[in-house]
Design a protein around this ligand. Structure first.
Ligand code: NAD
Ligand code: WQD
Length: 344
């Protein structure tokens, strides 16, 4: 049974991926410092799968502690590296914390891969590396644009570090997965996204507004060059996204890579506007949303959605869940955490 190290495995995308790995018969070691997640998530994972992942509370900024995980688990065959800080706005306020956390964590893992002879790594990248693309849908060959934020820049630098390292370490392989906009939750509602404070992302803001925690959703701009004037994104169900990681791990373990650094877009291939998301949420949940149109948000791009042809044909993966099912899962999760935490 392959043993997979999942960094950031109690986080939003990591926890859903751990579920899919366990359900696929793999053994999982989670490494997380709980800076943006809770230990309780491991119980949710265990309750869904009936299997318990190993959990190591370790900060990847600490090299020796990171090495300690590999000493304790000498049979790790591959790594999925989710652990990072991810808030775009916060990264502008605290750039050094973002560079330190996101770059140092990756460097320590790459050092450990060399030292402990681990050959495979899947990296969490982002469509943010494309900026405002010249052509849509955006393919993996689209040029990397100037990062709009320190966060976005860490993803670009990490991809550069990975590419350079793969040139120098023969026999190892990396797959970088560029996520578009992950949303929704596990259908069991036992795990999901846990935004701290006021959410920056659209869907958590929608569910919190419908739940009465926020008064009104602000739609950032209706004067974009899009059919209804609001901005367009490619929203991908987090369970579909998680499954792509299992496929990527299998590709690495079965040595099916075409080169030792590969990149795949993970999206649905379909662009939806903010207003379309609002209407789909209302239709699929029966909840009326209080919203108003305000000014554009600084730094936002007009439209981006993925060309998924390469991921479909070469990785053998495609997104399966529709937007209404996905928004329903986000709503079910919101209801669940609200009843648990008694949030108002
Ligand atoms: P998340 O914050 O829910 O999960 C990240 C996890 O990493 C958290 O549990 C956190 O505690 C942990 N972590 C952070 N720094 C760590 C460190 N130094 N040592 C150990 N653990 C640490 O975020 P997420 O939404 O699940 O994102 C996962 C990855 O996907 C990130 O790399 C993110 O940049 C990337 N990504 C996310 C999105 C998105 O919209 N959610 C989009 C594109 C890419
Ligand atoms: C989606 C759309 C907003 C909130 C971010 C990161 C990106 C990636 C994914 C990590 C936009 C609009 C939002 C609100 C709104 N993360 N919106 N009212 O900005 O596409 O991408 O998450 O890699 O790097 O930048 O996602 O969910 O914030 O916004 O109208 O209250 O919803 O303007 O058009 P975004 P988002």
């Amino acid at each position: 049974m392959a043993k997979i190290l999942v960094t950031g495995g109690t986080g939003y995308i990591g926890s859903h991926t751990v579920v899919e790995l366990l359900e696929d018969g793999m053994e999982v070691v989670i490494v997380d410092n709980l800076s943006n997640s809770e230990r309780e998530v491991v119980n949710g994972i265990t309750s869904i799968t009936g299997k318990e992942p190993h959990f190591e509370e370790v900060d990847l900024r600490e090299r020796n502690a990171t090495y300690g995980v590999f000493e304790k688990h000498p049979d790790i065959s591959a790594i999925i590296h989710f652990a990072a800080f991810k808030a775009v706005g916060e990264s502008v306020e605290k750039p050094l914390e973002y560079y330190e956390n996101n770059l140092l964590s990756l460097i320590h893992l790459l050092e450990a891969m060399k030292k402990f002879s681990v050959n495979h790594l899947v990296f969490s990248s982002s469509c943010t590396v494309y900026g405002e693309p010249d052509e849509l849908p955006v393919t993996e060959k689209a040029p990397i644009k100037n990062a709009g934020s320190p966060y976005g820049n860490t993803k670009q630098i990490c991809e550069d570090i990975l590419q350079d390292t793969m040139r120098s370490i023969k026999g190892k392989g990396v797959i970088s997965l560029r996520y578009f906009n992950p949303i929704g939750a596990h259908p069991s509602a036992k795990i999901g996204e846990l935004p701290l404070g006021v959410p920056n992302n659209l869907v958590p803001f929608i569910t919190q507004t419908a739940a009465g925690i926020r008064e009104c959703l602000s739609v950032f701009g209706d004067d974009y060059n899009t059919p209804d004037g609001s901005a367009i994104r490619d929203y991908i169900n987090v369970v579909d996204l998680a499954k792509a990681h299992v496929t990527a791990i299998r590709r690495l373990l079965n040595q099916k890579q075409k080169s030792n650094f590969e990149v795949f877009n993970l999206g649905t291939g379909r662009g939806l506007s903010v207003l379309e998301i609002i209407h789909a949420f209302e239709k699929s949940t029966g909840q009326k949303l209080n919203y108003k149109v305000v000014e554009r948000r600084e730094g936002d791009i007009e439209k981006v959605y993925a060309d998924t042809a390469y991921a479909n044909s070469e990785l053998g993966w495609r997104a399966e869940k529709g937007i209404e099912e996905t928004l329903q899962s986000a709503w079910k999760w919101e209801m669940n955490i609200r009843s648990k935490n008694n949030r108002t």
